[in-house]
Design a binder for this molecule. Structure first.
Ligand code: SF4
Length: 290
């Protein structure tokens, strides 16, 4: 079977102006991030690995400003599908219109569209109210672009009714989106929230069915990812220093490899490759050509 290194996540920065209590950032502060030149070298390595899609996350990538946008353009120039995972921080209508020239997909995590809940989730910082309004605007601005919008919502023990309400609001504002609902699970330091937030499999299945019944056909698609699937789909992250971090079984572990110094260790990516069949399936689901 032909394999393809389909998709890799690049945590381009650890910086973020917010302070969510369920943040999954890989905490390894103090190490030097890749320079812009090194990031361009990284794109060359990704091409040699036949990577088809790069998902840029953080922290909050947009804190890097123009340096982020220039990097995304360079990835796009190499015909790698480029997805930006962002809170929406600092984005404007003009930036979104410009992104239409180079960005394939935007993934925004939204847990609620109620300002009080938003402040609880993100921390009541001076940036929070502004972000709330920006995200509401982005959902509208992006309708006039060809950027695929994916909204990611984490479902946990305490927020089922909030998720239903969110679904109604999202549907009113912009139904042309993939709504992805991930079952919460704690990883690394956030394991301490396990008892408070984690659902059992019956609870998740019941919630999944109710959401499906209520919103079937109301969005471009609704995708659910169970805790089981998330835990048993090991993958690699590239952190801001270029180090490869394996993410599986509730943990982030350093592999001791750096994306710029792989040498003969490239086969380690076999573990993260999805099959060519899987790649085609994803393309069909999302309406991409392959
Ligand atoms: S916005 Fe994301 S990266 Fe920032 S603190 Fe919240 S969960 Fe963590």
């Amino acid at each position: 079977m032909q394999t393809s290194y389909f998709s890799i996540v690049f945590q381009i920065t650890q910086e973020c102006p917010f302070s969510c209590d369920i943040c999954l950032r890989h905490y390894e502060l103090g190490s030097s991030p890749l320079t812009f030149q090194q990031k361009l070298q990284m794109i060359e390595v990704l091409k040699s690995l036949n990577v088809k899609r790069l998902s840029v996350s953080g922290g909050e990538p947009a804190v890097l400003g123009n340096s982020l946008f220039d990097f995304l353009k360079r990835v796009h120039d190499e015909q790698i599908h480029i997805c930006l995972s962002t809170t929406g921080y600092g984005l404007t209508g003009a930036i979104i219109r410009d992104m239409d020239n180079y960005l394939d997909q935007m993934l925004i995590s939204i847990r609620s569209l109620e300002i009080e809940q938003w402040q609880k989730d993100f921390g009541n910082t001076k940036y929070t109210t502004k972000l709330f309004h920006t995200v509401n605007d982005i959902l509208r601005w992006i309708r006039t672009t060809g950027i695929i919008l994916e909204v990611n919502t984490v479902l946990h023990k305490e927020n089922f009714s909030q998720v239903l309400r969110l679904g109604e609001q999202l549907n009113t504002i912009n139904s042309n989106m993939i709504w992805r609902i991930d079952e919460y699970y704690g990883i690394g330091l956030t394991r301490k929230f396990k008892d408070r937030f984690e659902l059992d499999s019956d609870e998740f299945e019941e919630a999944r069915q109710k959401i499906q019944d209520r919103f079937s056909g109301k969005f471009k698609s609704i995708r659910f990812t169970s805790k089981y699937d998330r835990i048993h789909s090991p993958n690699f992250l590239i952190d801001q220093t270029g180090d490869l971090i394996s993410s599986s079984n509730y943990e982030h572990k350093k592999t001791g490899l750096n994306i710029l110094e792989l040498g003969d260790d490239k086969e380690i990516f076999e573990a993260t490759a999805i099959s060519w069949f899987g790649y085609q399936q994803v393309c069909r689901n999302w309406g991409w050509s392959y």
